[in-house]
Design a binder for this molecule. Structure first.
Ligand code: ZN
Length: 198
């Protein structure tokens, strides 16, 4: 599990991928075959106190753009409609929602945070009834592996011409030489700073 722990290099890469400083990232749950982050896992309560339900966030620009194109194609409305009509799919989608909450709970405990009551039972992306953000579902599938979120897995299938786990597009997906957006608000670093103060 150690490779899930973000290094300073990971945090810098995330900031370059997103073009903004990342904060409160506690895990890298999915990586490119080359090792660069694909997904960031964020603490369920940010260090400024704000509850944060979106545990998994897609950071790799190639995947983000490909998923955005599928969203623009109208995939979310079509998926939401199928959830309404297909009881088996609806049950799997609801189970994926439960898994999302379990993963967030695991991450909360790993980050040594108190329970975040404001977002209890609330996940993200339209779970458990609909699909409102395909990025959330795809990042969930990348983070926990296939077989948990059927529509996240389907999202991966839909972008397979542009990205698969066998591909590494990192060299051209973001500007590696750009100045790193002002760092660094991760819990890890903050905790170290607090320890220094004591
Ligand atoms: Zn790569």
């Amino acid at each position: 599990m150690t490779d899930r722990t973000p290094t300073q290099e990971d945090l810098d890469t995330l900031s370059l991928q997103l073009g903004r400083p990342v904060r409160d990232v506690v895990e890298i749950p999915a990586r490119c075959r080359c090792g660069n982050p694909l997904v960031a896992a964020t603490a369920p309560r940010l260090s400024n106190g704000i509850p944060f339900p979106t545990t998994f966030y897609l950071t790799h620009p190639t995947i983000t753009a490909a998923v955005s194109r599928r969203e623009a194609d109208g995939v979310m409305a079509e998926m939401s409609q199928r959830i309404q009509e297909d009881a088996e799919l609806a049950a799997q989608h609801r189970a994926a929602h439960e898994n999302y909450l379990q993963e967030r709970e695991r991450i909360r405990q790993a980050a040594e945070l108190e329970p975040v009551w404001e977002i209890e039972g609330i996940s993200a992306g339209g779970y458990p009834e609909r699909v409102k953000c395909l990025h959330v579902l795809v990042s969930h599938s990348l983070a926990v592996g296939r077989g948990i979120s059927p529509l996240g897995d389907e999202g991966l299938d839909l972008i397979a011409e542009e990205w698969t786990p066998e591909m590494c597009t990192c060299a051209t997906a973001w500007d590696h030489d750009a100045e790193i957006p002002t760092r660094d608000l991760s819990r890890h670093v903050r905790r170290l700073e607090q320890q220094d103060d004591e």
